[in-house]
Design a binder for this molecule. Structure first.
Ligand code: ATP
Ligand code: MG
Length: 368
């Protein structure tokens, strides 16, 4: 009512509004053209729109394009259900149990397509005793989908057909101001999902964006909540961090915020040794450079490097107590991996490569 009245009195507002509360940013302002979208993502949005659905490029890709960076991959969000999405494309399969997503394949490009989701209201959310949000897998609309995302810069929707960006949380202005800001109340959002604290640090290091003050402030007191995050999830996050091409900056930032404990438990021990720190930093730098040069990297190699010092010291102790050198090394590798695994789920499939790396070190230096 009031809105209508205001409109009649003041005429159309300068900023174009969409039917919901999004601000619409036209191509002339943001300058991201349809041609900067990957072939697969365009095929997906075109296909879904032709079938009568809404479809947008979302998340990291829109953010990266606005920052003049090459997106790692393109994700699409739509109002079509997973089954409806699958019916539109020839090569598509539904994946995931908790959130059902659809992977649509075009040659060697895979586009991840998700149905708009909403966060369950806090009252009826199944939160665990620490307040972690356990359910955000109900379908929702575009506005709800924006609100459940982590940072304002990650919550923009781009329509490759009209070349418009839909912005619910001032993400466009934040990106232009080079600021990473969490959506909503920081404390609430970190309690829902403590991994967001790590994401804040990782993304700000990777993108060179400054962390908004209110976004950074509660982390010091809330970091303890990371202890409740399932190991497998911590491991995934750790991998993203180590393979981001900016691992060194990320680890430095994590240490500055005292968030690195518990990420890779051994890292604490290693970093505290004077030689260890240099070794870890060099391994990280080396991996970062390989990623930037688009050379292949393997998580197992990096873990092997990160754990090498620990293996070395156990090896020394065992050898000093009379074990044969190679046997002592093998026992040391098992011991260190086992200890590490107790806190962080390094999948066993990495063991062989990690041990091989340690054996290569052994061939170079047959005694510790
Ligand atoms: P990257 O460039 O590292 O892939 P990204 O922002 O694309 O960064 P993804 O992990 O690929 O990160 O996640 C895709 C999108 O999903 C994010 O942009 C964000 O909107 C949303 N998202 C991811 N993790 C969370 C989370 N823990 N809480 C809320 N939203 C999240
Ligand atoms: Mg991504």
């Amino acid at each position: 009512m009031i809105k209508k009245l205001l409109k009649r009195v003041f005429g159309k507002s300068a900023k174009k509004k969409s039917p919901d509360s999004a601000i619409v940013i036209p191509f002339e302002v943001h300058k991201v053209g349809r041609d900067s979208i990957s072939y697969g993502a365009k095929r997906v949005t075109d296909g879904l729109q032709a079938a009568g659905f809404k479809a947008f490029v979302v998340g990291g890709a829109v953010r990266d394009l606005l920052l003049n960076r090459q997106p790692k991959d393109f994700d699409v969000a739509t109002d079509a259900t997973p089954e409806e999405i699958r019916r539109v494309f020839r090569r598509a399969r539904i994946i995931g149990r908790r959130f059902r997503l659809v992977h649509v394949m075009f040659g060697d490009e895979t586009v991840e397509v998700s149905t708009f989701r909403r966060m369950i209201e806090v009252e009826d959310a199944q939160t665990d005793e620490h307040g972690r949000l356990l359910r955000d897998n109900e379908f929702g609309d575009r506005e709800q989908d924006a609100a459940r995302r982590d940072f304002t810069a990650n919550a923009l929707f781009y329509d490759p057909t009209t070349q418009e960006i839909f912005d619910y949380h001032n993400g466009y202005a934040d990106i232009r101001a080079n600021t990473l800001r969490i959506i909503g109340e920081p404390e609430v959002r970190y309690r829902e999902d403590p991994v967001r604290m790590l994401r804040a640090v990782r993304l700000s290091a990777k993108l060179g964006m400054k962390l908004d003050e209110a976004t950074a402030a509660p982390i010091a007191q809330m970091k303890g909540l990371l202890a409740n995050v399932p190991e497998a999830r911590m491991f995934d996050e750790m991998l993203k961090l180590l393979l981001s091409g900016h691992a060194l900056e990320c680890i430095k930032k994590l240490r500055a915020m005292d968030l690195h404990h518990g990420m890779l438990p051994m890292l604490d021990v290693i970093l505290e040794q004077p030689l260890g720190e240099r070794f870890v930093m060099l391994s990280l730098q080396n991996t970062d450079q390989r990623i930037r040069d688009e050379k292949p990297t393997s998580p197992a190699f990096l873990f092997a490097a990160l754990l090498w010092h620990e293996v070395l010291s156990v090896w020394k102790v065992r050898e000093a107590s009379g074990e044969r050198s190679l046997a002592a090394l093998q026992a040391a590798m098992d011991e260190v991996l086992e200890r590490q695994r107790a806190q962080l789920a390094i999948p066993r499939r990495y063991d062989t490569v990690m041990k091989a790396q340690h054996l290569i070190q052994f061939i170079d230096h047959p005694t510790p």
